[in-house]
Design a protein around this ligand. Structure first.
Ligand code: FE2
Ligand code: FE2
Length: 397
């Protein structure tokens, strides 16, 4: 039902106050992974933060200050988990130590190509497989790694975790999962040979620069072949930018010319890239990336890969803040199995729980953009926030 103008202002004020409280006063409860661009002084770290060599930078429970947030941004930290207000139900996430080991191993192997380090890398892939096979890990918003590091390494781990999860959904045996994990964690290995100013260029690439970037699958493949790593993993590295309709690179392969494991790595790669902040564009919210792959995935990947991928990802991860069609703002509290667009939510204004799987007359209109939440907080509350900003749903409404 549409709100009266006067009432809507009061509702907007309450909503904004609730959002500000949940992000600043942090009364303990749920945890949200936030891009460092959106961190605010006073937020509390939910997980320890490690530096590039695995050294502890900030302890779990540290209260963030303006200085520590600036230091994190300078160190290249992409996102951290912070505490917010409501209790929510969360699935277990991949063991932090495994992620840290994976990151160290992939970085070291990229530098030295040492056999012993490769054995460590293999062991971490097996650990990831075990965690996912044990059914404990819910792949909602990919890895929750909290590390000061460059995009490529954390992205490689995200891609490996999601690819293995897809492989598990497709019923692969262990040996196949290992090939998939190794190929996926090393898929962008060739980027180490691409000049940084091209790789991280904030603006549009020139055709020449793009053709240099397009060489990274071949560079990675050549390195892997030199070091006698299995053929399937090497093919994943070579073909992770090939597409079902032949529009990919480096060889313009199509349909069954591309190995099914390369398709899995490719879909995980696309999702991970779309949902991460980059120097040249902001991250897409998970539901938009999910919908894009749902709608157009079969142009680029096989139908079976798209189907398995959609079973591994939720468009609205627990903890996300969303606009509802009844004019309220809510936080995702629990997933409803099989009803990915209709989870259980809690209203920010009252804490009331609504099961959208049962309440069919209410729908999610979109994710509250992080910049709105940040703006509310920076401007000191409702009084300075315009109604249109406070109540405007995200783009997919
Ligand atoms: Fe790539
Ligand atoms: Fe990639």
């Amino acid at each position: 039902m549409p709100m009266q103008k006067g009432n809507s202002w009061i509702v907007a004020c309450r909503v904004v106050t609730a959002i500000v409280s949940s992000f600043i006063f942090l009364e303990g409860g749920i945890f949200i992974k936030l891009s460092t661009s959106y961190l605010l002084p006073g937020m509390i770290l939910e997980r320890p933060l490690y530096g590039q060599s695995g050294e502890l930078l900030l302890r779990k429970g540290s209260v963030l200050t303006a200085q520590s947030i600036m230091a994190m941004r300078r160190a290249g930290v992409l996102a951290v988990r912070v505490t917010s207000s409501f209790e929510t139900e969360r699935g277990d996430e991949l063991n932090e130590v495994i992620q840290l080991n994976a990151l160290k191993a992939v970085k070291e192997w990229n530098k030295s190509f040492d056999k012993k380090i490769f054995a460590t890398l293999l062991k971490t892939i097996e650990d990831i497989i075990d965690e996912i096979l044990s059914g404990k890990v819910v792949i909602g918003s990919l890895s929750e790694i909290c590390l000061a590091d460059t995009y490529t390494y954390t992205h490689s781990i995200d891609v490996a975790i999601l690819a293995i999860a897809i492989g598990v959904k497709m019923g692969f045996h262990r040996k196949k999962l290992i090939c998939l994990g190794v190929g996926s964690i090393l898929h962008d290995l060739g980027k180490t040979k691409i000049p940084n100013e091209i790789l991280n260029k904030p603006g549009k690439l020139t055709p020449d620069e793009f053709s240099i970037i397009q060489k990274h699958p071949v560079y990675g493949y050549e390195t892997i072949k030199e070091h006698d790593i299995n053929r399937i993993s090497a093919e994943i590295v070579l073909n992770h930018h090939e597409r079902y309709n032949g529009s990919g690179y480096p060889n313009g392969l199509h349909s069954n010319e591309i190995n099914e494991l390369a398709y899995i790595c490719a879909i995980a790669d696309v999702y991970s890239a779309m949902t991460a902040d980059r120097v040249y564009r902001k991250a897409l919210p998970p539901h938009e990336a999910y919908e894009m792959i749902m709608v157009s995935g079969e142009i680029n990947f096989t139908p079976v890969t798209v189907e398995a991928f959609l079973k591994c990802i939720v468009p609205y991860p627990v903890g996300s803040i969303v606009y509802l069609s009844n004019g309220h703002i809510a936080q995702i509290y629990r997933q409803n199995p099989g009803l990915v667009f209709r989870p259980v939510v809690k209203l920010l204004s009252t804490g009331e729980e609504i099961n959208l799987g049962i309440e069919n007359n209410i729908v999610i209109k979109g994710l509250v953009p992080q910049e709105n939440i940040r703006q509310f907080a920076m401007e000191g509350g409702a009084a300075n926030v315009s109604l249109s900003t406070a109540c405007k749903p995200a783009g997919n409404s």
